[in-house]
Ligand binder design. Structure first.
Ligand SMILES: [Zn+2]
Length: 309
C-alpha cells in the first residue's frame, strides 16, 4: 500500500514538483526491499528442511509501530528472526553512533539506520510477544544481505551476516537439542502468529511528506491512455481521449484519495476529486462499504483497508 500510494501520488503531481525526486527514491527503495525479501523467500521455498518448521514473511504480530519481521522461522526447537536488506555497494556497520554507511561505486556515501538496531528491536518485541503467551523457546537472529553485489567492508561486531543462499544452512545449524514445543503447541503458535498479524496501513502521502492537498491533480485517470479526465455517464466512466470505459473507475480513484490525501472523505471532497454532482457522489460513497460518521454535509466516510474493496 505504501508503494501504491507513492505511485499514485507521483502520477497526480505536476512534472516539476519539488517532492517528485523524494517520492521516486522512496519508491525505488521499497521496490528494492520487496525484491530482496522475494529473493530470500525463493531460496527458502526451494529448500527442504529435515525438521518441522513454518516460515512467515513480512509478519507484524502486534500493533506496536514498526514491529515488522521480514522473515520469521518457527520450529518446535527455536525461533529465528531475519532482517533482510537490499542495498548495493560497499557497506560499513558502525556502532557508535549505530549507522550503516554505504559507499557506491562512484564514491558517493549514504547513511542508513543500522539493521543491527532493527534486528535487536524485532528480537526484543518477538520475545515479549512469546512471553505474553507463556512460550519459552530460544530465539536467534541474523541480517541477510540480499543485493547480488553487496560487499561488507566493516561487518557488525556481534551480529551474523548472511547472503540468501546461506540462509538454509544457517537455520539448519541452529542447535535442536531440546524440543520446546510439542506438535500441537507448535501448530497452535503458528496459527496464533498468523491471527495476530496486523495489516500495515501507511499514513497518507500528504501527511508523510508534508505536501499540500492542492498540489495534486484531482480527477479520474484512464487505465488505458493514463490521462486524467474520465467522465461519469449513467452506467460507467468514459475517457474523452481514447474512449475507454471503466465502470469501477471511481473505486480505484477513491482508494487513491485515501492513500494520498487523508483517511476520510466528505461528499464535497468526493465531488471535487471525482468531478461528479452531489447525488452521484452520494451514491458512490454509499455503495462502497465505507464507514460513515456525522450527519448531512458534515458526514465523513472512511475506508477500512483491511477489508477487500
Ligand atoms: Zn484514455
Amino acid at each position: 500500500m505504501k508503494l501504491e500510494g507513492l505511485i499514485s501520488a507521483q502520477r497526480r503531481l505536476p512534472g516539476v514538483h519539488s517532492a517528485l525526486p523524494l517520492l521516486a527514491s522512496k519508491q525505488a527503495s521499497i521496490e528494492a526491499g520487496i525484491g530482496g525479501e522475494e529473493r530470500v523467500a525463493e531460496v527458502l521455498r526451494k529448500y527442504s528442511f529435515p525438521f518441522d518448521h513454518h516460515i512467515f514473511h513480512d509478519l507484524s504480530p502486534s500493533k506496536v509501530e514498526n514491529f515488522q519481521v521480514d522473515t520469521f522461522t518457527l520450529s518446535p526447537w527455536f525461533g529465528a528472526v531475519l532482517e533482510v536488506k537490499n542495498i548495493g555497494g560497499t557497506l560499513e556497520f558502525k556502532d557508535n553512533p549505530p549507522q550503516l554507511i554505504r559507499t557506491r561505486e562512484d564514491g558517493h556515501k549514504d547513511g542508513y539506520e543500522n539493521p543491527v538496531v532493527q534486528l535487536e528491536r524485532n528480537y526484543e518485541l518477538m520475545s515479549d510477544w512469546l512471553r505474553s503467551r507463556n512460550i519459552k523457546i530460544p530465539l536467534y537472529g541474523a541480517i541477510v544481505l540480499a543485493y547480488p553485489k553487496q560487499m561488507v567492508a566493516v561487518p557488525p561486531k556481534k551480529t551474523k551476516i548472511l547472503f540468501p543462499n546461506l540462509v538454509p544452512s544457517y537455520l539448519e545449524s541452529i542447535p535442536r537439542v531440546e524440543q520446546k514445543l510439542d506438535l500441537e503447541a507448535f501448530h497452535w503458535l503458528s496459527t496464533e502468529l498468523l491471527n495476530s498479524h496486523q495489516m500495515y496501513i501507511p499514513k497518507p502521502i500528504c501527511e508523510s511528506y508534508h505536501i499540500p492537498f492542492g498540489d495534486f491533480k484531482p480527477g479520474v485517470w484512464c487505465l488505458l491512455c493514463r490521462r486524467i479526465g474520465m467522465v461519469k455517464t449513467p452506467r460507467t466512466w468514459v475517457c474523452p481521449f481514447c474512449n475507454a470505459k471503466d465502470h469501477l473507475a471511481h473505486e480505484r480513484t477513491l482508494r487513491e484519495w485515501f492513500l494520498i490525501h487523508k483517511r476520510s472523505i466528505t461528499n464535497r471532497e468526493c465531488r471535487e476529486f471525482l468531478g461528479v454532482d452531489i447525488y452521484t457522489a452520494n451514491r458512490i460513497l454509499n455503495s462502497m462499504n465505507l464507514h460513515s460518521e456525522g450527519k448531512y454535509r458534515y458526514r465523513a466516510y472512511t475506508m477500512d483497508f483491511t477489508l477487500k474493496m
